[in-house]
Design a protein. Structure first.
Length: 565
């Protein structure tokens, strides 16, 4: 079944042999591929180093596709791999149409796309659409004179007075969000680092040129984009000051502002709708870096007619920073009721790793399996972060001189930055965890001798093998793919339970979020299930094959997944 009629763009795609997408096949429920896919985020600098210069690269990623396929990843999202001065480790793009030489060449990218196609792993890139690097030729032109044709591609204004920026907006990385440009005696706006000037999306030329960037990559074969920092794409057209809240300062020593004028401006939804139309022509998928503070904001990103971001990541779920069944229940219920397809994520290159965020220092391996069992059995799409499947933990810098992330440099010691969650992937127990034969750009976590792919593959009880079994179950069980979600035992403060039912079959998921053993009697009538017998499909502890659902015994932090009989 084709989702679209044969418009000219699709015809082009079908005729050109190397380009994706292929035909879209929908499942019995009308779901496109990405609704059942497991996405896996790769931080390219830290995944695998093919030429031993201490920096991960595209051929390195390519060499690990078989591993990813074995694990059960269907798509990878590669954090920015474009040419960049690396002020913000790739999120400062100097050329949207190329590959950073640190990571390889366009040919390497084509090879990765071709191998991905063969091995059933789609490749998504990061679309850094809100700003460029100050080294980007667009900005270089824009800053040269007030009359340059590209001037209005960025946001410029006179200062309020000598040495004073146009308004009080602060940068997310500290200090004023405006930088003085002596060439023209005006200030330009940057929500993030000064070398990341924001694009002016009110200018239709910007929209046209940026949309063309996506078309160019779609034609090369990328299956979609993760959209970076969409909430700060637009600012108030009058550049009104933000209200300052209280007298406290933030980690950078700046006043705390209520960001009503530099965030979440209504115009951004129009752009997302138009960008989606382009993506749809290529059968591509858009994942949103959509930070939201309530469910209505998240709903808005799906679009009133599900016509904006296919997969707005739900960071409110990841923000539940404790093992709290009531808090997770509330979050799941919210997104279940949103009308959009849920997208779950627990960590990424900006969020501390799951292993130590939820770990209690004693049962971390159990807790890692517990958290995997939660977000990989819910109805929706999951986005994993590399290394989570082997229990990698944050390896934060110990000394200010070691910090690589400018956020950590500016905020030390209150804000140590994000290096800790970006350290090299641990492949073996050998030198530098098998990532590289030379010292890597960030230090390998010292626990790598135990926590690495090669060793964990051999241990049936490892976190890695647990992930692999869980992902395999998720890919093959119709109730996990398409079943509805029903919360069970909703007043239990320690154990989070739910069912996923599809065509008379029910999967039961029972997760002990406490450090004490628990006995649970599932109240199944609520979900229309009458059998009391269940078969164990997966558990993080030694559970019997057959279980009576009126007395399920769980070890501390134990996870159990079963099927009713
Ligand atoms: C969002 C990216 O995820 C983050 O790593 C980056 O620092 C900011 N955008 C600013 O570029
Ligand atoms: Ca390399």
């Amino acid at each position: 079944m084709y989702r679209y009629t044969l418009g000219s763009a699709l015809l082009f795609v079908l005729l050109s042999s190397s380009a994706w997408p292929q035909k879209e096949t929908l499942d019995a429920e009308g779901h496109p591929w990405w609704k059942h896919a497991v996405f896996y985020e790769i931080y390219p600098r830290s995944f695998a180093d093919s030429n031993n210069d201490g920096i991960g690269d595209l051929p390195g990623i390519n060499s690990k596709l078989d591993y990813l396929h074995w694990l059960g990843a269907d798509a990878i999202w590669i954090a920015p791999m474009f040419p960049s001065p690396q002020v913000d480790w790739g999120y400062d793009v100097s050329d949207f149409y190329n590959v950073n030489p640190d990571y390889g060449t366009l040919k390497d990218m084509d090879e990765l796309l071709a191998q991905g196609k063969k091995k059933d792993i789609r490749v998504l890139l990061d679309f850094v659409m809100t700003y460029t690097s100050d080294q980007n030729k667009w900005f270089q032109e824009a800053k040269s004179s007030k009359t340059n044709p590209k001037r209005d591609w960025f946001i410029w204004h006179d200062g309020k007075g000598a040495g004073q920026p146009p308004n009080n907006w602060t940068s997310n990385f500290g200090g004023s969000a405006w930088k003085y440009s002596p060439e023209t005696s005006q200030w330009y706006y940057h929500y993030f680092y000064p070398p990341q000037p924001n694009l002016n999306w009110r200018n239709p030329e910007v929209e046209k040129n940026m949309f063309d960037v996506t078309r160019w990559w779609y034609k090369r074969g990328v299956a979609g984009f993760r959209l970076d920092a969409v909430d700060v794409m637009y600012v108030d057209s009058q550049l009104k000051d933000n209200p300052v809240v209280g007298i406290e300062k933030n980690a950078f020593g700046d006043p705390v502002e209520n960001e009503i004028n530099d965030k979440n401006q209504p115009e951004l939804h129009g752009v997302l709708q138009r960008l989606r139309k382009v993506a749809d022509e290529y059968n591509a998928v858009l994942i949103g870096e959509t930070w939201t503070s309530d469910i209505d904001q998240l709903k808005a990103y799906y679009g009133a007619h599900n016509d904006e971001v296919n997969m707005p990541m739900n960071f409110m779920f990841a923000n539940v920073n404790k093992l709290s069944p009531p808090d997770f229940r509330k979050q799941i219920q919210w997104v279940e009721g949103s009308g959009g397809w849920p997208v779950y994520v627990l960590s990424n290159h900006d969020i501390r790793r799951v292993y130590d965020r939820y770990g209690d220092g004693q049962h971390n391996d159990q807790i890692a399996k517990l958290m995997a069992s939660l977000y990989l059995t819910l109805r929706g799409t999951a986005v994993m972060y590399y290394g989570e499947e082997i229990g990698m933990e944050n390896n934060d810098p110990k000394r200010p001189e070691d910090v690589k992330d400018s956020m950590g440099k500016a905020g030390w010691p209150t804000q140590k930055g994000r290096d800790g969650e970006r350290t090299p992937m641990q492949w073996t127990a050998g030198t530098n965890a098998g990532f590289s034969s030379v010292t890597p750009w960030l230090p390998v976590d010292e626990r790598y001798k135990t926590y690495n792919v090669e060793s964990e593959k051999k241990d049936p009880n490892s976190i890695l093998n647990y992930y692999q079994r869980l992902l395999s179950l998720r890919h093959t069980n119709p109730a996990l793919l398409d079943g509805n979600y029903t919360a069970l035992n909703e007043s239990d403060p320690n154990v989070l339970s739910y069912s996923r039912s599809y065509k008379g079959k029910s999967i039961l998921v029972v997760l002990n979020m406490s450090g004490a053993a628990q006995k649970v009697s599932l109240n199944l009538a609520e979900s229309g299930v009458f059998s009391k017998k269940a078969k164990t499909l997966l558990s993080s502890f030694a559970a019997p094959d057959q279980v009576d659902t009126s007395v399920i015994s769980l070890e501390p932090f134990g996870a159990w997944v079963g099927e009713t009989e």
